[in-house]
Design a protein around this ligand. Sequence first.
Ligand SMILES: [Zn+2]
Ligand SMILES: [Zn+2]
Length: 420
Amino acid sequence: MAEAKRDYYEVLGVDRDADAKTIKRAFLKKARVMHPDVSDDPDAEAKFKEINEAYTVLSDDAKRANYDRYGDPNGPGGFGGAGMDDFFGGFDMSDLFSEFFGGGRGASRPRTRGRDMSISMRISLQEAATGVERTITYDRLAPCEDCGGTGSADGSAPETCPDCGGSGVVTSWQHTILGRMQTQTACPTCHGTGQVVGTPCETCDGQGRAPSREKVTVQIPAGVRSGQSLVIQGAGEAGVRGEAAGDLVVTVEVEQSDRFVRQGDDLACAIDVDAFEAMLGAAVDVPGVMPDETVTVEVPAGTQPQAQIVVPGKGMPRLGSPDRRGRLVCVVNLVVPRDLSDEQQAALTALARERGCRVAGSDETLEGMIDEVFSEDKGLAEEAEAPSGQAATHEAADDRPAKKPRPTKKRPFGKRRKKK
Ligand SMILES: [Zn+2]
Ligand SMILES: [Zn+2]
């Protein structure tokens, strides 16, 4: 694996300044003889991979430029991926060649119409909200450029195959242990198409189609959901010698957002709300799903943690009528301030006392209060253990609250204030 790779131009046998068409023709020519399905060479698979890789790089302008300049198709850092990572489930050139040669391996009558193809594409939630245009690069059997899809090198019309009479199938009888058996196979003369061309095109071997790297631009509409697909008619596999092409089905996968959870056209997100804002009510601005969108969320006074505040019309756009949008459901994440100034602390303490809250004073530390919890517990324990007749202990215990008169009751921490 560590051995040096052969030069891609050398692999395909083309000059460094060869144009795209020359590169493609050289690739097809080599691929046709080196494909593992047809070659007897024991190293056919490795060799096919090598030419496939060379073609993958040299047929892509960006990769080829990187390769010419840095010797690496991915650029100097090795990570200059040219937009190939936003779709997946594409096709491999070697699969196309199997299709190209396969004809009707085992099948009674191969198709002449092109197959439908499908690929998946990932987009972000934001792209699903706005709609997005993407250019996809994929490989397919496309109409042959050299013969215009006719399969004929000299432009002559195809004729009925003399060996199968146009059925595309040849029938043979075999004597087996079970008796005579009829087997049907694709006609080797016409590859199952039922027709032959006088002088077959060299590039496509008379099929009228050849593996090709294609580009198609897809418009993904706003509001698209995961699993929905777009059909691009005729962009699938080309048919044999001008027969109808299949369609390309692009299935969209919308990535999960780290801010929003989507359900249909509704979105949910968490919003931070300061405790004061929750108590008094506030208008809180949060980023929306659209680019540069700010959504103002009206937080009513007395809002509780985890409360849900619904903002209509700020969810995902509806597919087909993007002006209408779903709801944005904001779940309140109550944030308790930890950065109060001394003045704020004092003012709040006074306010809290007035409300009868069990607050620590600004001049008392939590640690000090915890220390006292234990001394209090000890006192209580002694009190509980003491026999009821021992008045001395009781007096001592009774003395404590008398020493520090407090204005209000129900203050388990407050009543021990300033005691040291
Ligand atoms: Zn035939
Ligand atoms: Zn051709």
